[in-house]
Design a protein around this ligand. Structure first.
Ligand code: ASN
Length: 318
């Protein structure tokens, strides 16, 4: 059994500096922190804080993970928590085969007197060793599905949840208790590049400025971080209808944090649905954005059709 540990940076690898926390631990340091387990090869895949990652970085990482899936029995990534859910979604969409891919990270730095990184990394390696297929996130003793995972706390050690989808398993001193299996992954090839897809936030009185600016800046798709079950202000609905009419795919996801979107209300979600917007089920706006970008890259003729099918397959829509 061989496992690749791909270190990409994040708080789990940071030390204090006079500029603020900075990445200062590599794959070898991380493996040393968990006692250099046999069969695990450390790879320095990146060394950044995850808020600084670009779409190109994510596409490159997805291809790197695929390569390591071909030569190892499992792949574990250490990753910054800020955008871990976005990388997790991309890896889930582009996963190939049955090799377990497990993401983890930490809320406390590498040089913290009571770090959570070693516990999380040890649990991630233990979960990967079990060989369950698919892409998961292991954090603070919980195994979560990649699709649906969200960072839900800025500082607590229980930083992640998958609302409505629940932990798949718990890992603690008593061992691993499995409750559920993750939905299927592996719907597309990792794209060479991720097209620009922008997220437009909804708030009381939001006008069409942001959505129009996104389109003018070259966004090939738009995600509306909508009110409630999938509503937007009248000017944003009108702008979205116009964009869809010009062939720009528009997806709708909720800003609430839990539950699925539906086109229910006249003047809001019902109008968006009638215009042909993609309702992204229970995906967060951030994961919906990755899904739409992968669909645009892989299915330029019908990205909305491809994305609709994938949403069903990952259990995001009914
Ligand atoms: N806890 C963390 O890893 C947060 C950090 N800013 C990152 O995402 O890289």
């Amino acid at each position: 059994m061989t496992i690749a540990l791909l270190a990409t940076g994040g708080t789990i690898a940071t030390r204090a500096t006079d500029r603020g926390r900075a990445v200062g631990a590599d794959a070898a340091d991380l493996l040393a922190s968990v006692g250099d387990p046999a069969g695990v090869t450390g790879v320095d895949a990146a060394g950044r804080l995850s808020f600084a990652a670009t779409p190109d970085d994510l596409a490159t990482l997805a291809r790197t993970v695929r390569e390591h899936c071909r030569i190892h029995d499992g792949v574990v990534l250490t990753h910054g928590t800020d955008t871990l859910e976005e990388t997790a979604a991309l890896l889930a969409l582009t996963h190939d085969g049955a090799t377990p891919v497990v993401l983890t990270g930490a809320q406390r730095p590498f040089d913290d007197p009571a770090p959570d990184g070693p516990t999380n990394l040890a649990a991630a390696l233990a979960w990967a060793t079990l060989g369950r297929p698919g892409v998961t996130v292991v954090f603070d003793g919980r195994v979560l599905p990649a699709i649906g995972v969200r960072k839900v706390h800025t500082s607590a050690l229980t930083a992640f949840a998958a609302p409505g989808r629940g932990p798949l398993a718990s890992i603690d001193g008593g061992g691993v208790r499995e409750h559920a299996t993750a939905p299927p992954t592996g719907l597309a090839d990792p794209p060479e590049r991720l097209p620009r897809v922008d997220v437009v936030a909804q708030y009381v009185g939001a006008d069409a400025h942001a959505i129009d600016a996104a389109a003018a800046a070259g966004a090939e798709g738009i995600v509306i971080a909508a009110f409630g079950a999938g509503n937007a202000t009248p000017p944003v609905v009108a702008a979205a209808e116009a964009l869809i009419g010009r062939g720009v795919p528009v997806a709708v996801a909720s800003r609430t944090g839990e539950g699925a979107v539906e086109g229910l209300y006249a003047g809001g979600g019902a109008d968006l649905a009638r215009a042909g917007a993609l309702f992204a089920g229970d995906l967060s706006p951030w994961q919906a954005r990755l899904l739409l970008a992968v669909a645009i890259a892989g299915h330029p003729d019908d990205p909305v059709g491809a994305a609709r099918e994938w949403l069903g397959r990952v259990g995001a829509t009914g």
